[in-house]
Design a binder for this molecule. Structure first.
Ligand code: URA
Length: 236
C-alpha cells in the first residue's frame, strides 16, 4: 500500500498536504525516514510512525450504534441528520455506511461498517439473519396474534411474511412485546402489526444475528465491535 494513501486515509490531509508532510521528514517506516509519497509499505509487517507515534492501519471499521430517534439510516441527506453525522471524524474517515435501515423513529442496534462483504452477507434475503425488536403496541396483543405471526401475516402489498416469533411481555391498553423476524422488508414490524389491526408506537432493535445491543450505550453513543462480536457476526 502507498504511504501517501495511508496518511490521507488516516486524516493527515489531502494528498498534497501529505506530500508536504513526508518531505518534512517526520514519517518513518520501520525507523527509516521516508520522503517519497509513492513509497509502499506492507500493512501486515511494517511499522509506520509520524512524529514517533505509530499509525494503525486497518482496512475495515465495525461500529455498534444505539440509534436515537430522529436520525436517518443513510450516509447523506440534505434535510436530516444521518447516523454518519453522529460519528467522530476519525471513524467517518473510513467511509462507513449503515447495514440496512432502521426507520427515522426507530431506536437501537445499528451496525455501521465499510465492509461491503459482511454487509451483503447480513442483508442477503437468502441468509435469513434473525432480527429481534422490542416494541410497544397500541391495544392488546393476544395469543391469536402470536399464532398469526407464527404462520406469517399478509402485508398491505399482498406479501406473506416468513414465520415470526412474537413474545408478549406486558398485556393491556398498550402491550410490550418482543418480535423476531427473519427478513427485512420495508417497515416490516410496523406493517406486520397493521396486518393484525394494531399500531406500533415505539420500536427498538435489540439484536441482529448474534450481535446484541450493548445496553450501556446511551442513545446516540457507539463503540467498535469486540473481536468476539465480529467473529460471531461473520459466521452468517
Ligand atoms: N421494522 C419497522 O417497521 N421499522 C424498522 O425500523 C425496523 C423494522
Amino acid at each position: 500500500m502507498r504511504i501517501d494513501k495511508l496518511l490521507a486515509n488516516r486524516g493527515y490531509g489531502s494528498r498534497k498536504e501529505v506530500k508536504k508532510l513526508l518531505k518534512s521528514g517526520v514519517v518513518k517506516v520501520n525507523g527509516e525516514t521516508i520522503k517519497d509519497a509513492s513509497a509502499h509499505f506492507k500493512p501486515d509487517e511494517d511499522t509506520v510512525t509520524i512524529h514517533g507515534e505509530t499509525i494503525e492501519y486497518k482496512e475495515f471499521i465495525y461500529l455498534m450504534l444505539n440509534k436515537p430517534p430522529g436520525v436517518i439510516s443513510a450516509t447523506e441527506d440534505n434535510m436530516h441528520e444521518t447516523v454518519i453525522d453522529l460519528l467522530e471524524v476519525d471513524d467517518a474517515l473510513f467511509n462507513p455506511f449503515p447495514v440496512g435501515r432502521l426507520d427515522k423513529d426507530t431506536e437501537g442496534l445499528l451496525l455501521i461498517t465499510n465492509d461491503g462483504g459482511l454487509s451483503h452477507q447480513l442483508l442477503s434475503p437468502k441468509k435469513h439473519v434473525p432480527k429481534t425488536y422490542f416494541a410497544v403496541i397500541e391495544g392488546e396483543v393476544t395469543e391469536e396474534d402470536i399464532t398469526a405471526f407464527k404462520e406469517g401475516v399478509v402485508l398491505d402489498d399482498g406479501y406473506k411474511t416468513m414465520p415470526a416469533e412474537l413474545v408478549i411481555l406486558k398485556q393491556g391498553l398498550t402491550s410490550d412485546i418482543e418480535v423476531t423476524i427473519m427478513e427485512g422488508k420495508f417497515h416490516q414490524v410496523k406493517r406486520m402489526f397493521e396486518a393484525v389491526g394494531k399500531r406500533v408506537i415505539y420500536l427498538k432493535r435489540l439484536s441482529m444475528g448474534e450481535l446484541h445491543l450493548d445496553e450501556t450505550l446511551e442513545l446516540g453513543e457507539y463503540r467498535e465491535l469486540t473481536d468476539e462480536e465480529l467473529s460471531l457476526l461473520k459466521k452468517h
